[in-house]
Write a protein that binds this ligand. Sequence first.
Ligand SMILES: NC(=O)c1ccc[n+]([C@@H]2O[C@H](COP(=O)([O-])OP(=O)(O)OC[C@H]3O[C@@H](n4cnc5c(N)ncnc54)[C@H](O)[C@@H]3O)[C@@H](O)[C@H]2O)c1
Length: 314
Amino acid sequence: MSKILVIGACGQIGVELTLALRKTHGGENVIACDIRGEHDLLKNTGPYTTLDAMNAQATKELVEKENITEIYLLAALLSATGEKNPKLAWELNMESLRQVLELGVEKKLKIFWPSSIAVFGPTTPREDTPQKTIIEPSTMYGITKYAGELLCQYYNKRFGLDVRSVRYPGLISWKSPPGGGTTDYAVEIYHEALKQKKYTSFLSENTYLPMMYMDDAIRATIELMQAPSEKIKNRMAYNLSAMSFSPKEVAIAIKKHIPEFEISYNPDHRQAIADSWPASIDDSAAREDWNWKHEFDLEKMTEDMLKNLGEEQI
Ligand SMILES: NC(=O)c1ccc[n+]([C@@H]2O[C@H](COP(=O)([O-])OP(=O)(O)OC[C@H]3O[C@@H](n4cnc5c(N)ncnc54)[C@H](O)[C@@H]3O)[C@@H](O)[C@H]2O)c1
């Protein structure tokens, strides 16, 4: 039976992934931890402890005490925050991963660690970006993600470690707020549409980026981890895709539900990061190897976001 540790469980992905894992494995078999206090939605759903992912000894003690068999490592500094503090982005993103990989080899653990579309840079083909292509990231975050992918592949080939990864696109969710990425506008816009009926986007109107609804991202993560090992032919990170849209297109989708909604544009430093990333992703390898299939497009996601956020406000 699996005994799971989620590190960085109070973040945008961590909260929903922990809740989903607890549903299938039982609350007591999924230990949630983060450097901050327990997220409200996790309370009374299973064990929680605070942990600094850079503290190798504390992580090892927790793994031994709880007889952990699988780790999902989500602690990281994201793209926009990473540009404000590139030194910390390198230290946290690389050191936490290296330590978990080492522990994985020692304790024969199964590991999930997410990469990102941020590995791609301005020299990468922007449309239908292939799995294998030119990779020259221009942010510290992207550099840590690409180096991390190479580390994962190295630990798999050299030590036989079962480590799996995907390049998440921008993720949109309503349960937990985003953590300082370049695609955060696509979450904020729904909150503001309901509260203020207007939103000023920090990306320009025709900035197309690959995006995914959190329900799809969680399902992809769980399906990847459940797939038989021989199906996982790629031990760097799989391209993963669902949809691609611009701020203008989200505004049009929202207007179908809230006709008086108005959008304006005031691009900031995040525009340069967005411009260096792909507009759309070719994820055929994930679809072939472990049968990945997305469910949510822009219309379906917009309906679900507005319904859930609307109910939350009542
Ligand atoms: N959200 C996205 O759109 C997106 C896209 C691509 C990749 N990813 C990747 O997915 C992972 C999770 O992203 P997220 O959006 O949930 O990020 P987030 O910022 O919302 O959550 C990260 C969590 O890690 C915790 N953390 C930070 N430092 C820590 C430390 N030293 N020890 C323990 N915990 C620590 C934070 O408190 C936070 O709760 C990251 O690796 C990120 O790069 C996210």
